[in-house]
Design a protein around this ligand. Structure first.
Ligand SMILES: Nc1ncnc2c1ncn2[C@@H]1O[C@H](COP(=O)(O)OP(=O)(O)OP(=O)(O)O)[C@@H](O)[C@H]1O
Length: 288
């Protein structure tokens, strides 16, 4: 099956805010976005593991309310009650923002608090080189509610410490608010995941435009769960109007479903999905 097709019109390596550490290794910050259920968490997890295999440190950030990234990375499901997202940690929110969620109006909120301690205090160490921060999200009718939870999440992305040679990779909820937060947090690349359907690709094209408008211009598209050549041809037509840094087609692979919830076994294998993700991995890191 054809995978990792790259659009001729695609621009490569437009980057902003891309830091290098003392050894010249890139301090990448990657945001993974897309419609619900398209495969964002699985991909975030497999990419994280590929970075680990290269000897990099990874801080995986879960901004998806489904909160499945932990299990996908190997955190025991039996310990789920210990996974409290930061958006629900009311004591920390009050300590940093000066207001408790749900405490009503009339408080003066600190909008730029020092949250550089967040990874040390609340990060979950899954392995020596793999940390996880479960952010959670704020469900609100409109975008960007001015509530203490949102103020905290925004500050965390802006100020969380990134260690030398560490990659930060963030799994997001469906929607677009996270691009604003990611940009203010210095994210340099977005990986937009879609299925090969009209609705899903429309969201992907819209997300790509927003990502660029909000300052993240290195945008890679992943069309996941490809079952045949028709899926590829249809997808190419539907994304014609948009230019991506690269476009990748990942096959539908029963092994992915069988591996749930922990993607560890996938990465050890040579199945069609993980092989295609390895190609994606080398393209998104090509210029780092
Ligand atoms: N290439 C693939 N082949 C087969 N199944 C896949 C593939 N990629 C992901 N899946 C399956 O699709 C389902 C959704 O995947 P995942 O949870 O990663 O998506 P998501 O975008 O993070 O979802 P949500 O938005 O609900 O958090 C899972 O059951 C996963 O195993």
């Amino acid at each position: 099956m054809a995978v990792n097709y790259r659009l001729k019109s695609g621009k490569l390596s437009l980057r902003t805010g891309h830091e290098k550490d003392g050894d010249g290794l890139s301090k990448s910050r990657i945001v993974v976005a897309g419609k619900g259920g398209v495969g964002k968490t699985t991909l975030t997890s497999v990419l994280s593991m590929l970075y680990l295999k290269e000897g990099r440190r990874v801080l995986a950030v879960d901004e998806d309310p489904q909160q499945n990234l932990a299990y996908s990375l190997g955190y025991p499901v039996e310990k789920s009650s210990e996974l409290i997202p930061l958006s629900k940690n009311h004591d920390y929110i009050e300590e940093k923002i000066g207001a408790r969620p749900g405490s009503g109006w009339g408080h003066i909120m600190k909008l730029n608090p020092d949250v550089s301690d967040v990874v040390e205090r609340f990060g979950i160490r899954i392995t020596d080189n793999l940390g996880l921060l479960v952010m959670g999200s704020v469900v609100s009718a409109g975008n960007g509610c001015l509530c203490p939870e949102n103020a905290l999440l925004k500050s965390i992305l802006r100020h969380m410490r990134q260690r030398d040679d560490e990659v930060i990779i963030m799994d997001t909820q469906a929607g677009v608010e996270h691009f604003g937060r990611a940009m203010s947090g210095g994210f340099s690349k977005s990986v937009i995941v879609s299925e090969p359907s009209y609705n899903s690709l429309s969201v992907a094209v819209h997300s790509s435009k927003l990502s660029r408008e909000l300052g993240i211009s290195d945008v890679h598209l992943v069309v996941n769960k490809i079952r045949n050549e028709d899926d590829i041809e249809k997808s190419k037509r539907l994304i014609e109007s948009e230019s991506f840094s690269s476009v990748h087609f990942l096959p539908f692979d029963e092994d992915v479903l069988a591996s749930e919830p922990n993607t560890g076994s996938l990465v050890k294998g040579t199945g069609s999905y993980v092989s295609a993700v390895r190609d994606l991995f080398s393209v998104i890191n090509r210029d780092d």
